[in-house]
Design a protein around this ligand. Structure first.
Ligand SMILES: Nc1ncnc2c1ncn2[C@@H]1O[C@H](COP(=O)(O)OP(=O)(O)OP(=O)(O)O)[C@@H](O)[C@H]1O
Ligand SMILES: [Mg+2]
Length: 108
């Protein structure tokens, strides 16, 4: 199993999560976060904003679904401007559905 961490623009959140749901990936967790990338923030009207609001999506999926999920996030999340976000993929050891006790991919 893999965990996808996607840090995206808040204004792309609905489109990204709706597209994931329609493609068969409804389960996810979202967090409102603040962060910075390689531009170290942004200057607007003389004010320096060190960290910018982003949305962090986390999804755990089967190995074979990762590329489909990444493709949706990148295509749907992209505006082409700096700050579009970042995606990380991590290995996941195990999962449990609390209600049923199912383990591993059965729990997804
Ligand atoms: N190396 C990193 N580790 C953890 N989080 C990161 C990293 N790089 C970016 N982020 C997170 O992703 C958000 C968006 O990053 P951003 O899209 O600005 O990346 P970038 O590398 O600067 O790309 P771009 O040049 O397109 O702006 C940041 O606000 C931060 O929350
Ligand atoms: Mg950046």
């Amino acid at each position: 199993m893999k965990m996808v961490w996607a840090i995206i623009r808040p204004e792309r959140l609905k489109e990204v999560t709706d597209t994931l749901k329609d493609a068969g990936f409804p389960s996810l967790t979202e967090f409102s976060v603040r962060g910075r990338g390689k531009q170290k923030g942004i200057v607007i009207g003389g004010m320096k904003y060190e960290k910018l609001p982003k949305e962090l999506l986390t999804l755990v999926c089967r190995d074979e679904d990762v590329e489909k999920i990444l493709d949706i996030i990148v295509k749907t999340g992209r505006t082409g401007n700096i700050g579009d976000g970042k995606v990380f993929v991590l290995n996941v050891e195990d999962a449990i559905t609390i209600r049923t006790g199912q383990r591993g991919i059965e729990a997804l």
